[in-house]
Design a protein around this ligand. Sequence first.
Ligand code: OGA
Ligand code: MN
Length: 209
Amino acid sequence: MILHLSVNNALLSSFNTIADGLATDGFSVIDNFLSEAEVKAITSLDGFRNGLLHFKKAGIGRQQDKQINETIRGDYIQWIDKTTAPQPLHLYLKQIDDLRMFLNQSLFLSLKDAEIHQTIYPVGSYYKRHLDQFKKDDHRKLSVICYLNENWQEEEGGQLRVYFPQGTKDIFPVAGRLVCFRSDLLEHEVLPATRERLSLTGWMLDRIL
Ligand code: OGA
Ligand code: MN
């Protein structure tokens, strides 16, 4: 391996698991991508603490019809600006960047950048089945989501449901868990939850933002 990354062995082993999953299924999930302390540092930031005040209602495509959007997705988002991101988010961006470079080397990709937003799904909200590439010329190649919910219980719902040719797979939004999948390939949805659902949602791009 030519790549020299300043990541520890645990993270490197996570990166390998992600690369393997992407190569075989176009999908992977790992736990403890972020530690409990790292999750706490992020959810304690003003952004998430006052989320619904500061975050914007997420839209779809060119957002011509808000009424329709409402029935498709109910999350609130705030894009992360890497030049002004507070330390805990900056660390996450760095980790995602390391992952991106690792995947470029191990899977011969040429991912050039990432765009990431903080996300809140209020109680009862959802995101209907969709693909993360809306248009043919979309530059989103890999979807990368990290969940931030301590002690999430399965009865609380809020699972990510991924549609594979062989059937579906449900992933609960447990703190520190990371999912990564092919944006052009895998349809998925977010089911409603009985509790607010927090995450960092992003995409690795084949061009610089
Ligand atoms: C999305 C999305 C899934 C999730 O934001 O496009 O599908 O589990 N999110 O939050
Ligand atoms: Mn999606």
